[in-house]
Design a protein around this ligand. Structure first.
Ligand SMILES: Cc1ncc(COP(=O)(O)O)c(C=O)c1O
Length: 384
């Protein structure tokens, strides 16, 4: 069983950071990898041609391992989730009468690209509304999602857990239903991959896109994406020379090459060598793999469970355990409690959380300990 890893982070003792779904702190080894990478640029003569490609390949292998994808060439480096999703959308054909299914209040990076595609082609976005019930809401939302997918559905774009309140979506069931109607399954894993197990071999998404600066414990302006076979012959949103066959031969680059490197290479962002971000993210993924994603999820579950019970005792409402993440969950405030006073009290106690979809969003990680939840309780107890 994992123990608290706070010693690897430089969070001050008076800060209770329960907000990884906003942005993770950098683990010390990741911070160091960043400094070392910055220093290298002071000696550009030491940055050689293999340095453009080999660290990226290593990073792809680490991410492939994290999501259990057998072929690291299916992984692409993206600068953001919106970019990774836009590469998908550019390669989806849709026509009048057809639809794309998304869940209510899906993160905008996974909405606007689909909105443009559907609008420009006379198609429809079907938004699966969050049920207006508190008891059994996650289960009902999942049922609605499956019911909404029909024979006109071209793609289902969903997260594994909802970014605003941690509601869990049963991706295996969605895959099954999507297969029945021949729809694509496109997953935004930003708020789950790294803290909740994700198995590409089992779920078989057509694409999975993850920002790096939250649960992958990496830097900003960086993300990892997996593209399945259905995108093998697609058109990328930019034409990086690095993605062409033989791009390692710098003396030969203007003998223009028309073939891309295999699988998902064509979807790599330009300048994907990212000399600072790549070693940082590789170091972060090594740490996560060493800890084990399942262990991270269990740690968050065991840590939060007794405090969640106490919060429920105070009148807070939370999704049932089976339909929410343990690393990310929303607490709806008791009717009598004013949101602004909660915001103020938590900050006064040094507790950092977010407020999304009308709920307090709590997202712990291995640097958290009981003390952090004690502080949260102290902050809200006086308000109920
Ligand atoms: C589910 C989800 N996807 C994506 C992002 C970030 O998107 P982008 O990389 O396009 O800025 C966030 C940020 O909060 C998120 O919660």
């Amino acid at each position: 069983m994992l123990t608290c890893q706070k010693h690897l982070f430089s969070l001050p003792d008076e800060v209770s950071y329960l907000n990884c779904s906003y942005m993770s702190p950098l683990p010390a080894p990741v911070e160091m990898a960043g400094y070392q990478a910055i220093a290298r640029k002071t000696m550009p003569y030491e940055i050689l041609v293999p340095d453009f490609f080999e660290p990226v390949s290593r990073l792809k292998s680490l991410f492939a391992k994290l999501i259990n994808a057998s072929n690291p060439e299916r992984i692409a480096i993206v600068p953001s989730v919106s970019y990774g999703i836009s590469s998908v959308v550019k390669n989806v054909q849709i026509r009048t009468g057809q639809n794309v299914v998304v869940v209510d209040e899906i993160f905008p990076s996974n909405y606007y690209p689909w909105r443009r595609l559907t609008m420009e082609n006379g198609a429809e976005i079907k938004v699966v509304k969050r049920p207006e019930i508190l008891e059994g809401r996650g289960r009902a939302w999942n049922e609605r999602l499956l019911e909404t997918i029909d024979h006109q559905t071209v793609a289902v774009a969903v997260p594994n857990v909802h970014w605003a309140d941690g509601t869990w979506f049963d991706l295996a069931a969605v895959r099954k239903r999507a297969n029945e109607v021949g729809a694509l399954l496109i997953v935004d894993g930003t708020q789950s991959v790294g803290a909740m197990p994700f198995d590409v071999a089992a779920i078989q998404p057509d694409a999975l896109v993850c920002g790096a600066y939250k649960w992958l414990l990496g830097p900003y302006s960086m993300g990892m994406a997996y593209y399945g076979e259905r995108f093998d012959n697609g058109v990328p949103i930019e034409e990086s020379w690095m993605n062409r066959l033989g791009s390692e031969h710098f003396e030969n680059l203007t003998n223009y090459e028309h073939a891309y490197k295999p699988a998902a290479h064509r979807y790599n962002m330009g300048e994907n060598s990212q000399f600072i971000a790549v070693p940082m993210l590789s170091t972060a993924l090594e740490l996560i793999l060493e800890w084990g994603v399942e262990n991270i999820q269990d740690y968050c579950k065991n840590l939060s469970a007794p405090y969640v019970e106490r919060l429920i005792g105070l009148g807070f409402q939370i999704e049932e355990q089976a339909y929410r993440g343990s690393h990310l969950f929303g607490l709806r405030l008791p009717m009598t409690v004013n949101l602004e006073s909660v915001k103020k009290a938590t900050l006064q106690h040094g507790v950092y959380v977010s407020y999304r979809a009308g709920a307090m969003r709590i997202s712990p990680h291995l640097y958290n300990e009981g003390k952090d939840f004690e502080r949260l309780l102290e902050a809200v107890e006086g308000l109920v």
